[in-house]
Design a protein around this ligand. Structure first.
Ligand code: PEP
Ligand code: MN
Length: 268
């Protein structure tokens, strides 16, 4: 279902009227995790001011250590939605457990994110395949392109074809950055599937100063959009502080990317 063979034209996935996969590039921005109503209000204002059309924020966090902050849970969904709605921003947030799917639907989450660690959680994929909600499917920590395509196929087989692929870097050998952004995967995926492909330069680089370079590379290679971590006060972030842009950095990057997009015949 997801292969270009089955559907030669690009598919556009619409998130409350925001199109992914057309000529327009889309930016999703927001903090790694939802922390407080105040943080979310500031973040939503900054996302909208920078011209990004969707907001991210994790309420359920897949942390390496069980002793790290695990997310606010349902309370986080509430803070995320009320802050984002204030600015008319659709929200993207991670679903880790099938048991929370109904709650996500109750809170009217606009895009369900399947995180890297759950790319091959087949029961989770099957369940989101049964609902009519756009899904951001992140690439597994060391997943091949084919495994990634098959993960999407699990979702599509249930009837939900609203899938957006998200490259976020793969496990490499270099400790100077968090993951290796697989730029090559972007044109490969665009060749293999008709569905939109976005890139998360934040989890790839793991450092805020690397985000602009990786973002430019992703757009130049044909990505349909980006998901970027931004925190109103990065030094105080409860999670992934090193990689969060400030609101000012996000605004500067967006302006830069707009010029690049135009040169490539796309809009931002
Ligand atoms: C995230 O986007 O919040 C996240 C945890 O990313 P990943 O699943 O790519 O590690
Ligand atoms: Mn993060």
């Amino acid at each position: 279902i997801v292969s270009r063979e089955s559907h030669p034209q690009n598919s556009v996935v619409s998130v409350r009227g925001v199109p992914f996969g057309g000529r327009a590039l889309q930016l999703i921005a927001g903090p790694c995790s939802v922390e407080t109503p105040q943080q979310m209000a500031e973040a939503a204002a900054a996302v909208a001011a920078a011209g990004c059309r969707l907001m991210r924020g994790g309420a359920f966090k897949p942390r390496s250590s069980p002793y790290s902050f695990q997310g606010l849970g349902v309370e986080g969904l509430e803070y995320l939605q009320s802050a984002a709605r204030e600015h008319g921003l659709p929200v993207v947030t991670e679903l880790m457990d099938v048991r929370m799917l109904d709650t996500f639907l109750e809170y009217d989450v606009d895009v369900i994110q399947i995180g890297a660690r759950n790319m091959q959680n087949f029961d989770l994929l099957k369940e989101v395949g049964r609902v009519n909600k756009p899904v951001v499917l992140k690439r597994g920590l060391s997943a091949t392109v084919n495994e990634w395509l098959m993960a999407a196929e699990y979702i599509a087989a249930g009837g939900n074809h609203n899938i957006i692929f998200c490259e976020r870097g793969v496990r490499g050998f270099e400790p100077a950055y968090r993951n290796m952004l697989d730029v090559t995967a972007i044109p490969v995926l665009k060749k293999e599937t008709h569905l939109p492909v976005i890139v998360d330069p934040s989890h790839a680089g793991g450092k805020a100063w690397l985000v602009p370079a990786l973002a430019r590379a992703a757009i130049a290679a044909g990505a349909d959009g980006l998901m970027i971590e931004m925190h109103p006060h990065p030094c105080e972030a409860w999670c992934d502080a090193d990689q969060a842009l400030t609101p000012e950095e996000l605004t500067t990057l967006t302006a830069e990317l707009r010029i690049l997009a135009e040169a490539l015949g796309r809009t931002l």
